[in-house]
Design a protein around this ligand. Structure first.
Ligand SMILES: Cc1cc2nc3c(=O)[nH]c(=O)nc-3n(C[C@H](O)[C@H](O)[C@H](O)COP(=O)(O)OP(=O)(O)OC[C@H]3O[C@@H](n4cnc5c(N)ncnc54)[C@H](O)[C@@H]3O)c2cc1C
Ligand SMILES: *[C@@H]1O[C@H](CO)[C@@H](O)[C@H](O)[C@H]1NC(C)=O
Ligand SMILES: *[C@@H]1O[C@H](CO)[C@@H](O)[C@H](O)[C@H]1NC(C)=O
Length: 433
């Protein structure tokens, strides 16, 4: 395939999903541009659990060592309940044997920068809000609010839960009468999450920041209507997240409460972000030359902590399939997007369900009581079974050197990785002739 035949990719949104896709397309030499509405990258968010599901990929793109240096390893976590003290300790050490990788806590802004550094500056355009999308058989065109127009072969909506690309795509499908009923419904408003990280803290007041391993703790109130999780970071600060289950009525009252909670913390207010979390897996992920990834097509409950990893997994599947495209005809693109959806959907549904089970333990009432009772009393061997299924998916890029397999539970083989690997081998062969 000559350079001119490579598809050009427009990515809307420089979140973790969009950036990871950019970093991968950079590695396989597919032309792309990322459009981000924010003018600057603010260091927002809490911390993310980085482990076997993404570490082989991080090795491939060259951020594993920095991740290890800037992250904090952890081996266990504790859960405490108001008035009852510590009610549970969970050990994660078996995961190292299963996968060959340790578990790390990385502050979200630190992870964001590691991936951003893998994308050349001229390929991420900040302060570019996309607001118009036009598709013809041969091209897709986007318009930004500063009145610029860009054209490409593929449009990727990596623009988060309130995706403009999704909205535009769904309007088109609705006008044609082909939008599934479930995609016409609103996102389900289930909880609010307030997240942030403190600057470096004085170990006299916060001795845990000096511990070599991450101090990973969760707390719940006695009604279990909210949960707080804190992690010490390698930057000697604390990342935290407060999650409250909401129904439509309690949402307004909760807003006021969040702003007060924020003021009480050690975190400067501009380092706190409020993420309103609706849960939903959309049915339609692509049409024509447009495809969605990450929160734009599946918003998961934060209790599972799967949002970032799931978005990066979408990115690697999509990068493999875009790399393997024989040409930019709409038939080939539709075929690739269909393969992307069928590869990713089962894993996304698994994460969606496990997020909901975990979320239940925050809920009041009988369901919540049972879920938290079960979680609290799970013997270690049941946790091990749970983890085996959680860590089996460790997708990698087929167009980059393979990472030697580690651990005693082999990774699931992704069809998109295999496909990219075959195309890579055949292109190497062609070049050698
Ligand atoms: C600032 C921030 C902090 C977060 N903190 C946490 C956290 O602590 N814990 C947690 O579990 N999850 C957090 N999340 C959510 C989590 O990061 C995501 O679930 C996950 O990374 C999936 O990412 P994504 O790339 O699909 O979407 P997102 O991370 O939401 O990224 C979407 C990007 O698209 C941009 N965008 C949106 N519309 C347009 C448009 N029209 N034109 C151009 N650009 C557009 C947005 O500005 C954003 O940068 C946070 C998200 C953000 C944006
Ligand atoms: C946007 O571009 C169009 C055509 O190039 C021009 O007519 C219009 O005045 C521009 N609008 C703004 C706000 O710059
Ligand atoms: C694109 O590639 C497919 C598979 O190789 C081929 O059948 C098709 O004719 C090609 N289309 C164009 C427009 O080149």
């Amino acid at each position: 395939m000559s350079t001119t035949e490579k598809p050009s990719v427009l990515i809307v949104g420089a979140g973790l999903g969009g950036l990871m896709l950019g970093a991968l397309l950079e590695k396989c030499d597919v032309p792309y541009t990322i459009f981000e509405r924010a003018a600057v990258v603010k260091p927002l968010g809490s911390a993310i659990n980085i482990a076997a599901p993404v570490l082989p990929l991080f090795e491939q793109i060259g951020i594993f060592d920095e991740c290890e240096a800037k992250g904090k390893a952890f081996t266990h976590s504790t859960v405490s309940a108001e008035g009852q003290g510590k009610i549970q300790t969970v050990s994660y050490t078996p995961i190292k044997d299963f996968t060959g990788y340790k578990q790390y806590i990385l502050s979200r802004p630190v992870l964001y920068d590691l991936i951003l550094n893998k994308v050349p500056r001229n390929k991420v355009l900040f302060d570019k809000r996309v607001h118009g999308i036009y598709e013809s058989t041969n091209k897709v065109t986007i318009k930004t609010t500063d009145n610029c127009t860009y054209e490409g072969d593929i449009l990727v909506g990596a623009d988060g839960a309130y995706s403009t690309v999704r909205r535009s795509l769904y309007e088109t499908l609705k006008s044609k009468g082909v939008l599934p009923v479930s995609d016409q419904e609103d996102l389900f408003f289930s909880c609010t999450c307030l997240v942030g990280q403190t600057p470096e803290l004085d170990s006299k007041d916060f001795p845990s920041v000096n511990l070599p391993l991450c101090d990973f703790k969760s707390f719940t109130d006695k009604d279990k209507s909210y949960g707080i999780t804190t992690f010490t970071t390698a930057q000697r600060g604390i990342s935290w997240a407060v999650v409250q289950q909401l129904n439509a009525k309690s949402s307004k009252a909760a807003e006021a409460q969040w702003s007060q909670a924020g003021e009480k913390s050690e975190t400067p207010e501009d380092l706190i972000s409020k993420v309103t979390l609706d849960e939903k897996v959309f049915e339609t992920w692509h049409h024509g030359r447009t495809v969605l990834l990450g929160d734009a097509c599946h918003k998961l409950h934060p209790s599972g902590g799967h949002g970032a990893v799931t978005a990066m997994h979408d990115a690697v599947a999509l990068a493999n399939l875009i790399y393997a495209l024989p040409n930019s005809s709409s038939e080939e693109i539709t075929k690739a997007f269909t393969e992307y959806h069928s590869e990713r959907l089962p894993f996304v549904m698994d994460s969606f369900k496990s997020s909901q089970i975990l979320a239940k333990s925050f809920e009041k009432g009988i369901a919540g009581t049972i879920a938290s009772f079960l979680a609290r009393n799970l013997p270690q061997f049941v946790w091990n079974l749970l983890w085996k299924s959680m860590v089996k998916n460790r997708p990698v890029a087929g167009f980059l050197p393979q990472i030697p397999p580690k651990g005693n539970i082999p990774a699931v083989v992704s069809p998109s990785t295999e496909k990219a690997r075959r195309v890579f081998d055949s292109r190497q062969g062609t070049r050698a002739i």
